[in-house]
Write a protein that binds this ligand. Sequence first.
Ligand code: GZL
Length: 351
Amino acid sequence: MKKLYAAMMAFLLCIMVAGCGSTPATNAISETETEDGRITIGFSQLGAESDWRSMNTESMKTTFSTARGYNLIIEDGQQKQANQITAIRNFIQQGVDYIVLAPVTENGWETVLSEAQDAGIPVIIVDRMVAVEDDSLFSCWVGSDFELEGKKAAEWLHQYSILNELAPETLHIVNIQGTLGASAQLGRTKALEDAAAEFGWDLLEEAPGDFTQAKGEEVMAELLDKYSQLNVVYCENDNEALGAIEAIEDAGRVVGSDIANGEIMVLSFDGVNRSAVQYAVEGKISCITECNPLHGPRVEAIIEALEAGQTPEKFEYVDEAIYSCFDQITELTIQNQSYPVTILTPDMPEL
Ligand code: GZL
């Protein structure tokens, strides 16, 4: 256990320490350098709500460092689209070479993306999607298939219920959703709803937890008060899962996979938060579906291609894992595609 923990901590720490320092919650974190032929990138980051977001920001900082030939200007949107739109307009005024946008939600981007297009500045979208009629308004998008992530989590639960002879109607599920309207929330929620309808699960309620630990704890406490029968919590990210576990244990209930004997199963997404990963090793979180935050190198590859006059793929989906300590389930089949499950063990060399 200690070796695995140390290995995972080393892995996570080496990523998070590189250019470390969490993103302070200020309106603007602008880092500008004197122009000297470097590529200037304006990055509108949506906020700092989760460990995933912090690692995503660090990945961009590490990749687009001055030492590596870039001027990176980061603006923290603090979860507000208006702030991100203002940031993009500032980037246009400053005449940056590229705009990178991590959009907080999918709608409402046409006008400002048209302004960037009129200014001749290429826009790269990372992580969540923008819902625009005209996809010439951005050059490329790189991120995760969020509905597939949700399908993986749902299929894992379906396989678990079969192997443990849990009748579908005895699964009483609540969904602590991410920020409403965010692609990650939309995809993960749709997958759960579709699975509940297909398999006959009892989906009690879905409520937004905003991808934060505090809101996850608050929502979980409310749901526990309303539904004494609930026995599965689908958390749309690790920070919400940590909050939910706090609330479940404060209510005197037990977090675990032994649903038949009254335990409450927690499922999660990301695989970035150190405590959540450790909980998955211990079986306190039954399954984490990976959502990989390290988009810096992926964005750099797109910029390098554009700089070389090439036309990179319009949409680039990231391959992602599934983590669980339950070795009964070693692979999942979704729409005839097989996905291996990484079985977490205390002596595993690294995540
Ligand atoms: C997913 C990303 C989500 C993460 C959360 O790509 O948008 O936002 O799952 C984060 O942890 O807050």
